[in-house]
Design a protein around this ligand. Sequence first.
Ligand code: ZN
Length: 196
Amino acid sequence: MDIKRIEENYQRMSDNEIIRIATTDARGLRPEVFGIIENEIKKRNLDPNILQGAIAQNKKYSLSEVEQYSKLLRDLPCPICGNTHEKLNGTISHTVKSFIIFTTYGTEPTIACPDCLDKKNDDAILSSALLGWWGFPWGFFKTPIYIYRNYKAKKDNRLDTSNNTLLSYTLGNIGEIETYKDNKEKLKDIIKRRNN
Ligand SMILES: [Zn+2]
C-alpha cells in the first residue's frame, strides 16, 4: 500500500483506534507510519506519550531494562484483593476440564500479589483434579501434567524479584506501559484485564 493511502486510512480512524494501534499493535510498522501517527496525535490533541509507546514496541531490550519496566507493575496494588503491602508478580494457571465429549485446556496469566497468585494456581489444581482426569484418554494423561505445572509455577510466586511470567507480560505490553508509565490508573487497567 502506498503511503498516501495509509495516511488516509489513519485519518479515517477514530481516536480510540489510533490509540489502540499505537500502544498495542505497532510492532513492525513501517518507519514512515510513525510520522503519520505523530501527525494524527498532534491534530487530535492526543497524549503525545502514545507515540513513545509505538516506538517502544519496536526496540530491543536487555533483561535489566525489562526488569525496570516490570517494577512499574510490581508496585501497583493487587488487582484482586487490593493488597498494597507486597510487590506483585505473575503466574500462569493451567487448567484441564473434561466434559462429556470434549476436554478443554487453559493457560492463563495473572498479575497479582503472592497470596492471590497461589490461590489462582490452587483453584486450577482443584478444578483440574475434579474435572480433568475422566476425559478419556487425554484428560487422564494430561491432568497430572497440568497439576504439576501449577505446582511448578507456584514456586515463583514469592520470588522477591520479577519472575519470568511478569517479565514476559511486561514485554508483551511494553507499548502501553511506556505510554502510561506516569499514569497509575492506566497501569492498573493493564494488569486488571487479565484477572477478569
Ligand atoms: Zn492479592
